[in-house]
Design a protein around this ligand. Structure first.
Ligand code: NAI
Length: 455
């Protein structure tokens, strides 16, 4: 690590207020605080630390601009520093207006020469303005980083988290598309959007579905979301989970992790699903499975994790118990019909606790909505722990370098992370966790490869 914990290869800290982009962060004065937070996270991110060293030597992104739309948190900052170590100029916009850690934004802008466009709590218009700024000026001239204005007309690589940057790029910046070599998408929802674009022939460059590897599904969606959603729920509600009836809508990796974490704390968990195989999985793991209409009157806590819209509607809310808690873990705030809830209510008491609003219904019942229906583990807690993001971001960083190596060879489509890259990342994490595994012997390899050898 270099000065102030910046990865080797990064320039030293710059003087406060000298960089363009400072006007789009809350307070450059928070940089020192943010840097401490980033360094703390970096200690729990051994994969990224090893990549920082590798990239500092190999410089895979030399002279390139990477535009990223990510939650601006300490873990993201560690990734941004790794990309800088690899020679990239980095422009960063927030992927959620509520999750930005202003001190971290300041640390990156002031200490790392990263163009940061993120302030906690900005409105929707500013959110999209920030994304547009991260793409650089319209027309020639890309984002501005330590190296000054880029020579090209925008980003060479992109990292997205939900698809808003990609959408903005394709709809508002068609002139920049030819320069983009490709990018990574880190969420299930974003990957679905990309697939729809690719199916329509609208995607202009290859995108790697980084959320969708066996290793990330295990560590991020399943364990990371499972733990951190419960963390957000408990911070915002302050309830004892043991003995409560928790309804989890959606039994993908995220819903599975949430359901298992809730059960681990003593909750009785009901799962709702629309996919029979996922529902069967839930039943075989010992969960009760019900249609949401039947779970609505019995649940005490409801958590959505479907990636879909209008999952919990006003009809469900109308029959919920007094004090029922509603939280969303899916990427977008479309899963709980918040407007329907507001229409049902005669009064709203905001912030009965931080990130917990009470909606009073005509018959005196109160429903508690957490984080305004936005993603609860990010808004009310701190998102995933750094260990989880280490793997996810490590895979994204490796995938970007792989994209550069394969420039021009990949179709403008959604691609999976190559399995060997996922395995490499898992191996590095295992090593950091002190776990070692066996290797196949040549005889075992031959046995597994042959159809002649058998019983
Ligand atoms: P997934 O697509 O594998 O699973 C979603 C499940 O929800 C599917 O089994 C689907 O059949 C089910 N579903 C869809 N509509 C439903 C409905 N109306 N009622 C009940 N079930 C329904 O996705 P995954 O990976 O589990 O992610 C779920 C959501 O969480 C996505 O929006 C994803 O972007 C988001 N996510 C959130 C994270 C966080 O930190 N909060 C982390 C990773 C993903």
């Amino acid at each position: 690590m270099g000065p102030r914990g910046t990865p080797p290869g990064n320039p030293g800290p710059l003087k406060r207020g000298t960089l363009p982009g400072h006007e789009h962060i809350a307070d450059p004065g928070l940089a020192e605080l943010g840097d401490r937070r980033v360094q703390y996270a970096a200690r729990a991110m051994p994969l990224l630390s090893s990549l920082a060293q590798r990239f500092a030597a190999d410089r895979p992104f030399e002279g390139m601009t990477i535009a990223a739309c990510l939650h601006v948190t300490a873990e993201t900052a560690v990734l941004a520093r790794v990309l800088r170590a690899g020679g990239a100029r980095v422009a960063l916009a927030a992927s959620n207006p509520l999750s930005t850690q202003d001190d971290v934004a300041a640390a990156l802008a002031v200490g790392d020469s990263i163009a940061v466009y993120a302030r906690a709590g900005v409105d929707r218009r500013t959110y999209y303005e920030h994304i547009a700024l991260a793409l650089g000026p319209v027309g020639a001239g890309g984002p501005v980083g330590a190296g000054g204005p880029t020579a090209g007309a925008g980003p060479d690589l992109v990292i997205d988290d939900g698809g808003d940057l990609i959408q903005t790029l394709h709809t508002e910046r068609p002139n920049q598309l030819p320069q983009v070599r490709g990018g990574c998408e880190g969420t299930t929802t974003g990957v679905l959007r990309l697939r729809r674009m690719a199916a329509e022939g609208a995607l202009a460059f290859p995108m790697i579905a980084a959320s969708d590897t066996p290793a990330t599904r295990l560590m991020e969606n399943l364990r990371g979301t499972g733990q951190s959603v419960i963390d957000g729920l408990l911070r915002a509600s302050g309830i004892l989970l043991a003995g409560k009836t928790v309804v989890v809508a959606g039994f993908g990796p995220c819903g599975t992790g949430i359901a298992e974490a809730a059960r681990g704390l003593g909750a009785r968990v009901i799962v709702t699903e629309v996919d029979p195989v996922r529902a069967l999985d839930a039943v075989l793991r010992g969960f009760r499975v019900l249609p949401l209409a039947e779970a609505a009157p019995v649940g005490e806590v409801f958590i959505t994790a479907t990636g879909s819209a209008d999952v919990i509607t006003a009809d469900h809310m109308a029959v919920m118990r007094d004090g029922a808690i509603l939280a969303n873990a899916g990427h977008f705030d479309a899963e709980i019909d918040v407007r329907g809830l507001a229409d049902l209510a005669v009064a709203v008491v905001p912030e009965v606790r931080p990130h917990c609003d009470a909606y009073e219904l005509p018959d005196g019942r109160r429903l508690l909505l957490l984080a305004e229906g936005r993603v609860v583990n990010v808004v009310a807690a701190e998102g995933h722990p750094p260990e989880v993001m280490d793997l996810a971001f490590g895979i994204e960083a490796l995938a970007l370098a792989w994209l550069v190596e394969n420039t021009g060879k990949l179709s403008a489509d959604v691609h999976s992370v190559p399995p060997e890259l996922d395995a490499d990342a898992a191996r590095l994490v295992l090593a950091a966790l002190g776990a070692r595994i066996d290797a196949l012997t040549p005889a075992q390899r031959a046995y597994l490869a042959s159809w002649r050898l058998g019983s």
